[in-house]
Design a protein around this ligand. Structure first.
Ligand code: NDP
Ligand code: 8X3
Length: 248
């Protein structure tokens, strides 16, 4: 394994994953929409990092930009489909339709675009690793999780179906399913820039950090090539699936 492409590299998990993979000796292509944030990361990480400004929801742009990658950063051995977001925490009957559309476009369609573009070359070389960022929300329902949780359930099932199609090939697929993770922009984005509301999510809780997720990715890619971690669910000790609730 040599070169990784990490989506959502301008913040949170993605940024930490880029840092960790570079420290591990990989070349890394970092994808996001905010060019200024990517450039800052490029200034920090140096020539082994290739910033790539791209909106993963735009199929034609994804295809043409990936075809123009610098030769040094081809082929891609590791794809980390991390770009994603939650928007809103209202019940389904009060949710904003545009928020739903954006989550579907990013968490599902964007991930599918990148996978469809990059997977064939991995299969051709019988070598590669796709790591998807799912969520505990893809398994456990919670109030206001509606389309976000459903989009992560897609990621979980898509990962399982990819593994089925890749049976016998040395192309691995893992779905990482984190729970409460702070220190990223996730909740600021979910609450449309209401930083005070976002901060409340993490108040008094020792949450998972982006570095914890980056260390997990680093461990995964350094496992032997015959070995597949199908999925990995990670929560802080402060969080648990604590049973059904009944409204009274
Ligand atoms: P952040 O909001 O900190 O980072 C999200 C990243 O996705 C940003 O770099 C953003 O970059 C990028 N992104 C969003 N939309 C697009 C797009 N259309 N095209 C390209 N890049 C895009 O969130 P986290 O790091 O916390 O989350 C990363 C992933 O992990 C997400 O998929 C999230 O659902 C998942 N996750 C997060 C958890 C948490 O508690 N934080 C827990 C479980 C899963 P830019 O805006 O510059 O495009
Ligand atoms: C992010 C974790 O619990 O906010 O996927 O949905 S949660």
């Amino acid at each position: 394994m040599n070169t990784a492409l990490v989506t959502g590299a301008s913040s949170g998990f993605g940024q930490a994953i880029c840092r960790k993979l570079i420290a591990d000796g990989y070349k890394v292509i970092g994808v996001a929409r905010r060019a200024d944030k990517l450039q800052k990361l490029a200034d920090e990480l140096g020539h082994k990092f290739c910033p790539l400004t791209m909106d993963v929801t735009k199929k034609d742009a994804v295809e043409s930009i990936l075809l123009q990658l610098p030769k040094d950063f081809q082929p891609i051995d590791i794809l980390v489909n991390n770009a994603g977001l939650a928007l809103g925490l209202e019940p389904a009957y009060q949710a904003d339709y545009n928020d739903w559309q954006t989550m579907i476009d990013t968490n599902i369609i964007g991930l599918v675009h990148l996978t469809h573009q990059i997977l064939p070359s991995m299969v051709e070389r019988n070598f590669g690793y796709i790591i998807n960022l799912g969520s505990v929300a893809g398994t456990y329902a919670y109030k206001g999780g509606n389309v976000y949780g459903a989009s992560k359930a897609f990621v979980k099932q898509f990962s399982a179906n990819l593994r089925t199609d890749l049976l016998g090939k040395k192309v691995r697929v893992t779905n990482i399913e984190p729970g409460l993770c702070g220190g990223t922009e996730f909740s600021n984005v979910r609450f449309h820039g209401d930083d005070a509301q976002a901060a409340k999510v993490y108040q008094g809780v020792e949450y998972i950090t982006a570095e914890d997720i980056a260390n997990t990715v680093s461990w995964l890619v350094n496992t032997p090539s015959h070995f597949n971690v199908n999925s990995i669910e990670i929560m802080p000790v402060a969080q648990a699936q604590a049973g059904l609730s009944v409204y009274k």
